[in-house]
Design a protein around this ligand. Structure first.
Ligand SMILES: CC(C)(COP(=O)(O)OP(=O)(O)OC[C@H]1O[C@@H](n2cnc3c(N)ncnc32)[C@H](O)[C@@H]1OP(=O)(O)O)[C@@H](O)C(=O)NCCC(=O)NCCS
Length: 166
């Protein structure tokens, strides 16, 4: 039987499994479980999980809003190695895109390491465009390329609110 999968939003009880999947892929560079737990509490609507028929977690995307939703950011995306190349990663990002469209965001941004061909190709195929390369972003020699999808929606705010303006 062919394995199928579904994408849905994340809930607080999912945090340990998300953290485990992250460690499997990123090792010591994974965010700690504290991050996932709090991110799900605060931004659960913009964090999506993919599960197979047996309900096992096979992928996740964590995205967070900037400035009340003006811009979405992909913070982390992982698909379990056995499930790659089947459209799971694209479906996760598509769910995030739909969420940011629904709240009127201007764009969705992802920072990708320049040698991550799978990720670069996936984001390009989803319509993201390279906007800039930032050298040493994570430290010396740790470069990233910034990719952004313009969502073509009306801006929520013309400019960030000045904290001192009533
Ligand atoms: C990047 C990642 C999330 C992609 O997930 P995925 O489920 O395999 O992606 P999809 O199946 O939706 O692939 C989408 C497109 O990306 C491209 N792609 C996927 N894997 C690729 C690879 N290894 N090499 C080149 N292109 C690849 C393909 O063009 C594919 O479209 P197609 O099959 O129609 O040709 C997955 O490889 C992963 O978890 N990698 C490790 C973690 C990581 O690097 N995260 C990204 C950090 S920015």
């Amino acid at each position: 039987m062919e394995t199928t999968w579904q994408v849905g939003r994340a809930f607080p009880d999912d945090a340990p499994k998300v953290a485990n999947l992250a460690v499997n892929v990123w090792g010591q560079y994974a965010f700690p479980i504290n991050f996932y737990r709090q991110a799900i509490d605060i931004f659960g609507e913009s964090i999506f999980l993919a599960r197979n028929n047996d309900g096992e977690l096979i992928g996740y995307v964590v995205s967070l809003c900037e400035r009340g939703g003006v811009e979405g950011w992909i913070m982390s995306i992982v698909v379990a190695s056995d499930f790659r190349g089947r459209g799971v990663g694209s479906a996760l990002v598509q769910s995030a895109i739909e969420f940011y469209l629904s709240i009127g965001s201007r764009g969705l941004t992802a920072l990708i390491e320049p040698d991550n061909n799978a990720s670069l190709t996936m984001f390009r195929r989803l319509g993201f465009q390279e906007s800039e390369r930032i050298d040493d972003y994570y430290g010396f020699g740790e470069h990233v390329v910034k990719y952004r999808l313009l969502l073509k929606s009306e801006p929520l705010l013309e400019k960030p609110r000045d904290a001192f303006t009533l």
